[in-house]
Design a protein around this ligand. Structure first.
Ligand SMILES: *Cc1c(COP(=O)(O)O)cnc(C)c1O
Ligand SMILES: [Zn+2]
Length: 421
């Protein structure tokens, strides 16, 4: 394992540490900041991304209880506004495992969180931080799922919520959630990246508290996906998975999983040789991360025009790339893109195992298939694929990929005739 697995987490000499041994650090210049004294999303000095650091990184013995807050020892608080979230199933999918031809395949279905996507894990922590900061209005740009989670957790926490969505590009289930949980919904004539630019300006002007994954506290909650996978895989199989494959949009989850592993390595809880290979999958029409990995670039090139049926990852400027690219490289993982047709095939294949997901989620399985075909993933590998959102998020895509309803007369005999045709 390369040295980039290490976190420089000696507490800073300047007292930027909060009471609970937490501080913020710039990933580019290492400047440190007190976490809750004022609102800050990026480094004052170099504009770099911030990450949360701890005086005592967690070990597995520190964890107790259920859901995301089981992992309080890895989080900046002991509890938060909870619906509750986490504890999602790790499905066995025997037909897919055999068809793809690997030793072991498990599907971690994050669509089983309270609002139907993994965003809830980050939001429970992010809204707790918003309470600490005393802010009243929460906001995000979203391809849909962040807005649903923000609206629900904001409602539970008694806060006002504002969401910016790319007009006509958000699946209906997600807008329905944001609407009913009482978010103010602004539809922007632009794509997700444009929405994020605008909401960042509103945040910088102090109008709203930003809860996109640019907010480093969101990623803290999302680390718990990795903690659950490691604990459950070890309990069930006496080992850790060789590889975790996940859909990539803003690359927040990729960054969060990498951070989860680094903290465990740092505390001595995880052997660097046991760190799963982080493997990201994007849609062909929105694949700046894949491009950077394939070309060996340090930074991503922003794609101005993006298109895919996987609307949740229809993103051309993944803000967490500076955190995620090193994670893919340091763990020996890779990144691959898949076509909309390959996504739809995987969408159906998962449904055929009883696992109902939205299109973006199916990219992990589509990517695994392709990597296995190319011989990048070996037959002896144990793999966990992340499915990020629930089938009901995007009913239109499900209708499109699934069977058409058939009209029949109101008559049993005619129905019998019809089904025996
Ligand atoms: C947000 C989201 C993603 C992208 O996750 P990132 O952390 O931004 O890479 C993928 N799938 C679904 C369903 C999502 O809601
Ligand atoms: Zn900096």
């Amino acid at each position: 394992m390369s040295t980039s697995m290490e976190l420089t987490a000696a507490a800073p000499a300047v007292p930027a540490v909060a009471d609970n041994g937490v501080w913020l650090a710039c990933i580019e210049c290492d400047e440190t900041f007190a976490p809750f004294a004022e609102i800050r999303y990026t480094c004052d000095h170099c504009d770099g991304l911030l990450e949360v650091r701890y005086a005592d990184p967690p070990t597995f013995d520190d964890f107790e209880g259920q859901g995301v807050w089981r992992y309080a020892a890895a989080l900046p608080f002991d509890e938060g506004v909870s619906l509750p979230e986490g504890d999602t199933p790790l499905h066995h999918v025997p037909r897919l495992e055999e068809e793809i031809g690997i030793k072991r395949l498990r599907v971690k279905h994050e669509g089983m969180n309270p609002t139907g996507a993994f965003k809830d894990r980050g939001m429970t922590v992010g809204v707790r931080v918003a309470q600490e900061l005393g802010v009243g209005r929460l906001a995000c740009a979203s391809t849909g799922n962040t807005s649903a989670a923000l609206a629900a957790y904001g409602a539970r926490g008694g806060m006002e919520t504002l969401v910016l969505l790319p007009a006509g590009k958000v699946a209906s289930g997600k807008i329905a959630q944001a609407a009913l949980h009482d978010a103010r919904i602004l539809e922007v004539d632009g794509n997700f990246d444009d929405c994020l630019d605008i909401v960042q300006e509103l945040a910088m002007a102090g109008e709203v508290y930003l809860l996109n994954s640019l907010n480093p506290f969101r990623l803290e909650g999302q680390k718990t996906i990795g903690l659950e996978i490691l604990e459950e895989f070890m309990t069930d199989h006496g080992t850790y998975p060789d590889r975790i494959i996940l859909p990539v949009g803003n690359a927040g989850n990729t960054a969060a999983l990498y951070k989860c592993f680094r903290e465990l390595v740092q505390s001595g809880a995880l052997d660097p040789a046991d760190v799963p290979k982080l493997t990201g999958v994007q849609a062909e029409g929105a694949a700046p991360m894949v491009e950077a990995i394939e070309e060996g670039n340090e930074t991503i090139r922003r794609w101005p025009d993006v298109e895919t049926i996987a609307t949740a990852i229809r993103i051309g400027n993944p803000v967490n790339a500076p955190k995620a690219l090193p994670g893919i490289r340091a763990t020996g993982g890779t990144a691959i893109s898949v076509s909309d047709e390959e996504i739809t095939d995987a969408h159906r294949a998962l449904a055929g195992e009883g696992v109902g997901v939205e299109p973006a989620s199916a990219t992990s399985i589509a990517g695994l298939r392709k990597l296995r075909d190319h011989g990048v993933v070996g037959a002896d590998e144990q793999v966990v694929c992340l499915t990020t959102g629930h089938l009901l998020k995007d009913p239109e895509a499900a209708f499109e990929a699934g069977n058409d309803p058939e009209s029949v007369p109101d008559d049993a005999e005619a129905v019998l005739d019809h089904i025996s045709e």
